[in-house]
Write a protein that binds this ligand. Structure first.
Ligand code: ZN
Length: 140
């Protein structure tokens, strides 16, 4: 079951440039920075109440975030992530409802979580992530 919005993923060209905005202009605290090699991104997490902001900087021209920035040079909201307590069942429910999955199976994302994405062509233009803490992981 979906429990809440876990985080908003925001594509930026440079964490070094974007992090000070979130810290100084908004007063949020950068909790940690982590590279997700499989997704070719470096991420920075800020707590904002129960929801996190996940900044995503591409580490490679083939990164999905690099492609997003080609189309959206200023950066912008890249995905919405929902926390679920059963990610495989959540993917199954979406697939049964006719939604196209980008990932049939969850994989290891940032923050010690299992993640999987739904295709924006099936979700009214919003790249949608499901995420679930891995058993035993503290996560966000
Ligand atoms: Zn995310």
């Amino acid at each position: 079951m979906i429990q809440r919005i876990d985080h908003l993923g925001i594509a930026v060209k440079s964490l070094a440039e974007a992090v000070p905005y979130y810290e100084k202009a908004l007063g949020l605290k950068c909790e940690h920075i982590e590279e997700v090699v499989s997704q070719k991104v470096k991420t920075a997490f800020f707590a904002c109440g129960d929801v996190h902001i996940e900044l995503l900087e591409p580490t490679d021209p083939e990164s999905p975030i690099a492609k997003f920035l080609e189309k959206n040079p200023a950066g912008g909201v890249h995905h919405v992530a929902f926390a679920t307590d059963a990610i495989e069942a959540q993917l199954g429910q979406a697939a049964a409802a006719g939604v196209r999955l980008i990932h049939e199976k969850p994989f290891d994302g940032a923050g010690g979580k299992q993640v999987a994405f739904l295709h924006p062509k099936s979700t009214f233009g919003v790249l949608t992530e499901f995420c679930m803490p891995k058993p035993g992981a503290a996560g966000h």
